[in-house]
Ligand binder design. Structure first.
Ligand code: KG4
Ligand code: ZN
Length: 336
């Protein structure tokens, strides 16, 4: 009989301190997330120094909670996986050092994981992967299309040339004086507004799977500035709806085109912006009648968590990957 593997995951790349225990890469045994959103809210965004300090304060508490929730002991853990990058360097360092210290003290193998691989593997809790698979990753730091031909293999076929989708959401929300994080706020307002303003869509050169959101962002900011200068009142709902329509149009069309080009068997969506209701609806409509089943994780697994890091770590662990004591935080780690 095949033995079960339990992986402990650690995630501290941005503003959530998270620890989880996952069985065989597909079953969540415990999943604890301490969010710092409230601390960063008053600054309107994540303050790296504040994030690092919170991680230091939270990591041991969250770790203990993860074991308590799982009702497990260290003896049952087969390996530790930790996000080594990309992310905020000071924040990553807390998780990486916790992972190394625990691996050393408890004599467990250590596996460094790419944060985006984690977001992709959050979908495997829902359904087993079928390859080739196309992943659309949309988060605060990333907008990427990744092609996977097998477990643990990632080919970048498109990425943003400037802002990430979530970053554009957060910046536009800030202009509309909405609290941080702005994505969910705009999503909520968009549902109440009309797409009355024609904002640009950056399709880029023919056949490019790259993205660009800085032109859209500037266009929204100009619209807000002009209205304010003329003393006109802003219809935030309509601005949100029009902005969201532009983002969703481009994300959906490029994902669809890439899915056809690479003839994929599955399309998965990952990252915080995958929680967006407008995007979920548009993708479901677009892929509804195709042979590429669409997978979008439940909202609590869209945003940063450690279960996804343990799920990606399980695959790397099974493929024999091990990190040494020289494992370091890498803020610009490349997915490959
Ligand atoms: O994946 P994530 O939790 O952290 C990163 O790795 O970046 O993503 C956070 C991003 C933020 O920019 C946030 O505004 C955005 O995801 N977000 C959303 C929604 N929920 C979170 N954006 C649009 N609509 C949402 N419902
Ligand atoms: Zn993330």
């Amino acid at each position: 009989m095949k033995r079960d593997n339990y992986i402990l995951g650690i995630e501290t790349s941005c503003d959530e301190t998270a620890v989880a225990i996952v069985k065989n890469g597909r079953e969540i045994i415990s999943n604890v997330v301490a969010s710092q959103i409230d601390s960063h809210k008053r600054f309107g965004g994540v303050v790296p120094e504040v994030a690092s300090r919170h991680h230091v304060e939270q990591i041991t508490i969250v770790l203990e909670e993860a074991f308590k929730e799982a009702n497990m002991t260290w003896e049952q853990v087969d390996a530790i996986s930790v996000t080594e990058g990309p992310g905020l360097v000071g924040a990553l360092l807390v998780g990486v050092n916790a992972g190394k210290a625990l691996a050393f003290a408890k004599q467990k193998p250590l596996v460094g994981v790419h944060h985006i691989a984690g977001h992709i593997y959050a979908n495997r809790f829902e359904r087993e992967f079928e390859f080739p698979l196309l992943a659309l990753i949309v988060s605060g730091g990333h907008t990427e299309l990744v092609l996977m031909n097998e477990h643990g293999s990632y080919e970048l076929i498109g990425e943003t040339r400037d802002d990430a989708a979530g970053e554009a959401y957060d910046k536009v929300a800030r202009m509309l004086e909405l609290p941080y994080p702005g994505g969910p706020q705009i999503d909520r307002l968009a549902a109440e507004g009309e797409e009355s303003i024609e904002f640009p869509r950056a399709w880029l050169e023919n056949d490019s799977f790259d993205f660009s959101f800085s032109g859209l962002k500037s266009s929204v900011i100009n619209t807000i500035h002009n209205a304010t200068q003329r003393g006109e009142s802003l219809n935030k709902e309509d601005i949100a709806a029009s902005f969201q329509a532009s983002v969703v149009d481009v994300l959906t069309a490029k994902t669809y085109k890439a899915a056809q080009k690479y003839n994929v068997r599955q399309v998965i969506v990952a990252g915080g912006v995958a929680a967006n209701q407008g995007l979920r609806k548009a993708l479901e409509t677009k892929f509804g009648s195709t042979h590429s089943p669409l997978l979008i994780p439940p909202i609590n697994l869209c945003t940063d968590n450690a279960a996804m890091i343990a799920a990606a770590g399980f695959v790397a662990y099974k493929q024999g990957e091990r990190s040494g004591w020289d494992l370091n935080a890498n803020p610009s780690l490349v997915l490959n």
